[in-house]
Design a protein around this ligand. Structure first.
Ligand code: ADP
Ligand code: ADP
Length: 234
């Protein structure tokens, strides 16, 4: 089964007298454990694609399948449950709660989903170890570096064992070395947890670390191509 499948997805935003077509008949398939980079100039539709894949915006037409479920047929309540259980989202800014320690950031998301506190603690501890923050579990966001905060963010997104990981410019606030280590970490968790990962990035430098790369231009998406080959834009 594919983890994420966009079929003929079109998204029009209303503007003034007409519409802006942000996504134009986009097709994309991501399998479990597959890491796809998404590149393209500003305004080409990358954020819109992530928002539609995250089921945060309904497409004007087309289908968004997540783990075999046609999300365009779900109501808001069903969508909220699907997002919580199946989709991990990682944005550029980690958005951690300032008063909570690293491990509490993770525990609270799981506990809110109904997991027992004991199970949530145990999984949170394992995930912090995995992202290299075992020793920083009790630190609060202001005591962590930018790279460490992004690692907490990644660990938090994995708490629900999602099928799909959507990542938007995770390295925009980091220097080159830390950026590379964050992308490498994302590739590692993609494989380790068999989660389909779609990463929007400006850093074409790290694209070869992914399995495939697709590029957007004016709302159109190329088919994913092997990431170690040059990509032709437009
Ligand atoms: P990217 O992430 O590649 O910069 P976006 O998905 O943000 O591209 O934007 C794609 C197109 O949709 C652009 O023309 C942008 O101006 C337009 N757009 C994005 N968000 C909105 C919105 N909320 N309302 C109207 N137009 C939008
Ligand atoms: P920063 O340099 O901003 O603290 P990094 O993302 O470079 O952030 O590293 C955060 C923490 O993760 C550091 O404590 C580092 O020792 C650890 N770390 C870095 N790379 C790895 C890795 N590949 N595996 C496990 N732990 C790592």
């Amino acid at each position: 089964m594919t983890a994420l499948n966009l079929i003929n997805v079109t998204l029009d935003y209303p503007d003034g007298e007409g519409t802006t077509t942000a996504l134009n008949s986009v097709n994309l398939t991501a399998h479990p454990g597959e890491f796809i980079s998404l590149i393209g100039p500003s305004g080409s539709g990358k954020s819109s694609l992530l928002a539609v894949a995250a089921t945060l915006i309904k497409p004007t037409s087309g289908l968004v399948m997540v783990d075999g479920v046609d999300t365009t047929a779900l109501n808001e309540k069903e969508l909220a449950v699907l997002r919580r259980d199946k989709i991990g989202i990682i944005f550029q800014q980690p958005n951690l709660l300032p008063s909570l320690t690293a491990i509490e950031q993770l525990i609270i998301t799981d506990h809110l989903r109904g997991a027992s506190l004991r199970a949530a603690k145990s999984r949170a501890g394992e995930l912090l170890e995995l992202v290299g923050l075992g020793a920083a579990a009790k630190k609060r966001p202001h005591q962590l570096s930018g790279g460490q905060r992004q690692r907490v963010n990644i660990a938090r997104a994995l708490m629900a064992q999602p099928k799909v990981l959507l990542v938007d410019e995770p390295t925009a606030a980091l220097d080159r070395e830390r950026s590379e280590s964050i992308v490498r970490l994302l590739v590692t968790v993609c494989k380790e947890f068999n989660v389909a990962t779609l990463m929007v990035t400006h850093d074409t430098e790290f694209v070869p670390l992914s399995d495939a790369v697709a590029s957007m231009l004016d709302g159109e998406l190329t088919d994913p191509a092997p990431a170690n080959q040059p990509v032709l834009l437009g």
